[in-house]
Design a binder for this molecule. Structure first.
Ligand code: KIV
Ligand code: NA
Length: 262
């Protein structure tokens, strides 16, 4: 089997098939997700919290990301692998290119993700042949500016800003977008407006796909599960079955329900 490509994901959006995504940080979970048919594995910098035990994603280094991305990409066959660029690893477009190259050449990532309306970095990376996933809404790397993890884009002005940023990232060449913790109405609006697939987390059921932090949905954790996440272990007896339950619920638009949306 060869891994899915970005074209496969774009085609899924075009024909209305939901894209399933979960985070993974090691080879064992990578293989379990891959086998369950999860379309995209995100090696998120959330590993700073769920793997390393930090209270934020801010301390994560590019070396940490390369190590975990390599573990994940080695063990998957079909899933598309995205690696997160950690805090301050894309302070300038040149730095972004240097670190994105590490995630791809050493880590085996097919795409890199960065937070915020960083049109400068996105267009520079895309110009170098590096596929980029944007990330808007709640930006965990900016937690020290935000003060708390809260729903973003609740008023008209903030919602319009996120919509415009989403367009700008698409225009700059981003080919995927993660939208975190925004009202379901905004998730629907942005997914409908953009031609690139929008993967939601706490962004409602009308996004083109869904992502969750693996440890949250498996109910293992030192981190409190966010309101938009769900414990998929409740009705099953194995991790494999929990992943399959998530996979089916997303494909059938049964997750997220209103209780897991804003
Ligand atoms: O790091 C991560 O796990 C993420 C997802 C929450 C989208 O960026
Ligand atoms: Na992240």
């Amino acid at each position: 089997t060869k891994p899915l490509s970005i074209n496969d994901l774009t085609e899924m959006k075009r024909r209305g098939e939901k894209i399933t995504c979960l985070t993974a940080y090691d080879a064992s979970f990578s293989a379990v997700l891959d086998k369950a048919g999860i379309d995209v594995i995100l090696v998120g910098d959330s590993l700073g919290m769920v793997i390393q035990g930090h209270s934020t994603t801010v301390p994560v280094s590019i070396e940490d990301m390369v190590y975990h991305t390599r573990c994940v990409s080695r063990a998957r066959q079909r899933a598309f692998v995205i690696g997160d660029l950690p805090f301050m690893s894309y302070a300038t477009p040149e730095l972004a290119a240097k670190n994105a190259a590490k995630l791809m050449q050493l880590g085996g990532a097919q795409m890199v993700k960065l937070e915020g309306a960083r049109v400068d970095c996105v267009s520079f990376l895309v110009g170098q042949g590096i596929p980029v996933c944007g990330h808007l809404g709640l930006l965990p790397q900016s937690i020290n500016q935000l003060g708390r993890y809260a729903v973003q884009g609740k008023n008209q002005t903030d919602a319009e800003k996120i919509s415009q940023d989403a367009f700008a990232l698409q225009k700059a060449g981003a080919t995927l977008l993660v939208l975190e913790c925004v009202p379901a109405s905004l998730g629907k609006h942005i997914s409908g407006q953009l031609s690139i697939p929008v993967i939601g987390i706490g962004a409602g059921v009308n996004c083109d796909g869904q992502v969750l932090v693996l440890h949250d949905m498996l109910n293992i954790g030192i981190v409190k599960r966010p309101r938009f996440s769900k414990n998929f272990m409740v009705d099953v007896n194995s991790i494999e079955d929990a992943i399959i339950a998530y996979q089916l619920a997303v494909k059938d638009s049964r997750f997220p329900s209103l209780e897991h949306s804003f």
